[in-house]
Design a protein around this ligand. Structure first.
Ligand code: SF4
Ligand code: SF4
Length: 249
């Protein structure tokens, strides 16, 4: 287990309180889903025993929608004692969060990664004050441009697409399976919402595979790479109309 991967991400909810066009996690197409604390604990602890990660990122959807987000943060730190832990949020719910949440972030040394969109940009000064008052570290991610990468049909050169993809190290752990990227992990939400079978469920079961088998899996292209275009297209952030072609390059 020598190679260290930069990060793994876990959805604590799949759904969101924002509706961004071309959400890379397909959160705006999801029904409500909340992870159980026991499942979160079991998946993270099994994964960390088998794969060496530098950072755990807790996200969704919008993770602050989870009613037990403070307990999930405590659990994450209990398991990942020597890792960086971050929590990605669009920040809309931060002003309503209770003391337990802020205390959990502080005592567990969890960094907030705040995504900025035109929708929430006016809140930033208020949010910065909240972080300062609660002594929490803040990273800002600029989400005012979105990246489209979905091909309209399957591509041939899967290996080349994978080699050039910067999302292939954006690993996701979801329901006991590890995926190389959000497209592979949550493409089922797209399939389900639009009644398609475009994306494959291409993850590896972390319970029935050894560490070596998981490493082999993570260094190979996914079948889903045939659904992505390398160069993609950047668009300005906008609200989604939930149209099937909104993800297309
Ligand atoms: S805020 Fe993030 S998770 Fe929610 S819809 Fe927008 S991009 Fe997706
Ligand atoms: S499916 Fe392949 S090319 Fe597409 S984002 Fe995932 S790793 Fe990258």
């Amino acid at each position: 287990m020598s190679h260290q991967f930069p990060r793994v991400e876990i959805h604590v909810v799949n759904h969101c309180n924002l509706n961004c066009r071309a959400c890379a996690h397909f959160a705006n197409l999801s029904k409500e889903y909340y992870i159980e604390i026991e499942e979160f604990e079991k998946d993270i602890s099994t994964l960390m025993q088998k794969v060496n990660y530098r950072l755990l990122n807790i996200l969704g959807g919008e993770p602050l929608l989870h009613p037990n987000i403070d307990i999930l943060c405590d659990t994450a730190r209990k398991i990942c004692q020597d890792k960086i832990i971050t929590l990605n949020t669009n920040g809309l719910l931060l002003p309503k969060m209770k003391n337990e949440f802020w205390q959990s972030l502080k005592k567990n040394n969890i960094i907030i990664r705040l995504s900025i969109y035109p929708y929430n940009i006016k809140l930033i000064p208020e949010l910065k004050n909240l972080f300062f008052e609660n002594g929490i570290k803040l990273n800002i991610w600029d989400g005012r441009k979105f990246y489209l990468r979905k091909a309209k049909c399957y591509q041939d050169d899967v290996e080349n697409i994978w080699q050039n993809c910067d999302a292939k190290i954006c690993h996701q752990i979801y329901k006991g399976k590890l995926y190389t990227c959000p497209t592979s992990a949550y493409g089922f939400l797209y399939n389900k919402y639009f009644n398609k079978d475009f994306y494959f469920d291409d993850g590896i079961d972390i319970y029935s595979h050894t560490s070596n088998e998981i490493y082999d899996f993570l260094f190979k292209a996914s079948k889903n790479c045939a659904t992505c275009l390398n160069k993609g297209r950047l668009i300005n952030w906008q609200l989604s109309k939930l149209k099937v072609d909104e993800w297309d390059v």
